[in-house]
Design a protein around this ligand. Structure first.
Ligand code: C2E
Ligand code: CA
Ligand code: CA
Ligand code: CA
Length: 279
C-alpha cells in the first residue's frame, strides 16, 4: 500500500509540469539539511476536554532550507521517504522531541505527553523499538510520556511485521495513535488486532462538523466506536469554539487545532503551557 504522504505527492506531481525537476532539486537540498541544521520542531498543544488541561503536544517538523526557504512537510517528507532519508531525519525528530519534553519537565511541567509522527519506513526498517528505547533512556523520559502517530496505510503495509513492532513498542510503555483516522481504505479489523491506544480523527471531518450532518455522524460514530474499544480519541484541526462544543457534546477526549493554539516554537510552547497551568 502507498502511504498517505506518497499519495499527496503524486497528486501534486500530476498537477505541475515542473514538479519532477523541482523534486530532484529539493531532494539534493534535503540531503544536506540535517548537516546544515536546517530542521527544527514546532509543537502544537493538545487539550483534554474533561479537565481543560493541556495534556501534551504534537511535534511537527519544519525545514527552512538555505536555498528554498520554508518547504512544507507535505512536500519534503514524501521525498525523504522515497530516498530513505526519513530514517535519519525521523530519528533526529524523535530525539529532539524527547529532549524538549525533558527540558519542559525540568521547568516544572509534569504529566505532559509528546506525540511524534512516524513513517512506515522507520517502523519497518532496522530495530525501531530498540531505537525508541535508547532515545527515551538517553532523555531520561518515562516511556508512557511518548505517543507515536502512525497512519492507517502504515498498519496495512506489512501486517505481520507491523504487529510485532507495535507490540514491542507497547511493551516499552509507549502509546500508539492512528493518525488521520477515517481517510484510509483499510478495514477496521486492525483496531482489534493491533495494540493501538488512540485514534486521531482527521481534520477533514472536523472542518464542517457543525454544518454537515454527514461529517457530524461520522465524527460521533468514530468517537463511540473508539470508546467501546477502549481507545482515546483526539480531534485534530479544531478551529472554532462551535467545533470544540460539538466535540465536548460527543465526549471526545482531546482536541488539537488553531482554536487552541497553532504549532509553536519550543520557547513559545513552554510559555503557553505555563500560562495555562493550574495555579
Ligand atoms: P499531521 O500529522 O496530520 O499533522 C497535522 C497538520 O495539521 C499539521 O500540518 C498542522 O500544522 C496542521 N494543523 C494543526 N491544526 C490545524 C487547524 O486547526 N487547521 C488546519 N487546517 N490545520 C491544522 P503540518 O505541520 O504542515 O504537517 C503536515 C503533515 O506532515 C503532518 O500531518 C504529518 O503527516 C507530516 N509530518 C509533520 N512532521 C512530521 C515528522 O516529524 N515526521 C513525519 N513522518 N511526518 C511529519
Ligand atoms: Ca500527526
Ligand atoms: Ca493528522
Ligand atoms: Ca496528514
Amino acid at each position: 500500500a502507498k502511504s498517505a504522504g506518497r499519495r499527496t505527492y503524486m497528486r501534486y506531481d500530476d498537477a505541475m509540469d515542473v514538479s519532477i525537476r523541482k523534486r530532484a532539486i529539493l531532494s539534493g537540498a534535503l540531503r544536506k539539511a540535517l548537516d546544515h541544521d536546517e530542521f527544527r520542531l514546532v509543537y502544537q498543544p493538545r487539550l483534554a476536554l474533561d479537565s481543560s488541561a493541556i495534556v501534551g503536544v504534537e511535534a511537527l517538523l519544519r525545514w527552512n532550507g538555505a536555498e528554498h526557504g520554508a518547504v512544507p512537510p507535505d512536500e519534503f517528507i514524501p521525498l525523504a521517504e522515497e530516498s530513505g532519508q526519513i530514517l535519519e531525519i525521523g530519528e533526529w525528530v524523535l530525539r529532539e522531541a524527547c529532549l524538549a519534553l525533558r527540558r519542559w519537565q525540568q521547568h516544572g511541567l509534569a504529566g505532559l505527553s509528546m506525540a511524534v509522527n512516524v513513517s512506515v519506513l522507520q517502523l519497518l526498517r532496522g530495530n525501531f523499538p530498540e531505537v525508541v528505547r535508547r532515545i527515551l533512556e538517553d532523555a531520561r523520559l518515562d516511556p508512557r510520556s511518548l505517543e507515536l502517530e502512525l497512519t492507517e496505510s502504515v498498519l496495512m503495509a506489512n501486517a505481520g511485521q507491523t504487529a510485532e513492532k507495535l507490540l514491542a513498542l507497547r511493551k516499552l510503555g509507549v502509546s500508539l495513535a492512528i493518525d488521520d483516522f477515517g481517510t484510509g481504505y483499510s478495514s477496521l479489523a486492525y483496531l482489534k488486532r493491533l495494540p493501538i491506544t488512540t485514534l486521531k480523527i482527521d481534520k477533514a471531518f472536523i472542518r464542517d462538523v457543525t454544518t454537515d450532518p454527514e461529517d457530524a455522524a461520522i465524527t460521533s460514530t468514530i468517537i463511540t466506536m473508539a470508546h467501546s474499544l477502549g481507545l482515546r480519541v483526539v480531534a485534530e484541526g479544531v478551529e472554532t469554539e462551535a467545533q470544540m462544543r460539538f466535540l465536548v457534546g460527543q465526549n471526545c477526549d482531546e482536541i488539537q487545532g488553531f482554536w487552541l493554539a497553532r504549532p509553536l516554537e519550543a520557547h513559545a510552547c513552554l510559555a503557553f503551557m505555563r500560562g495555562r497551568a493550574p495555579q
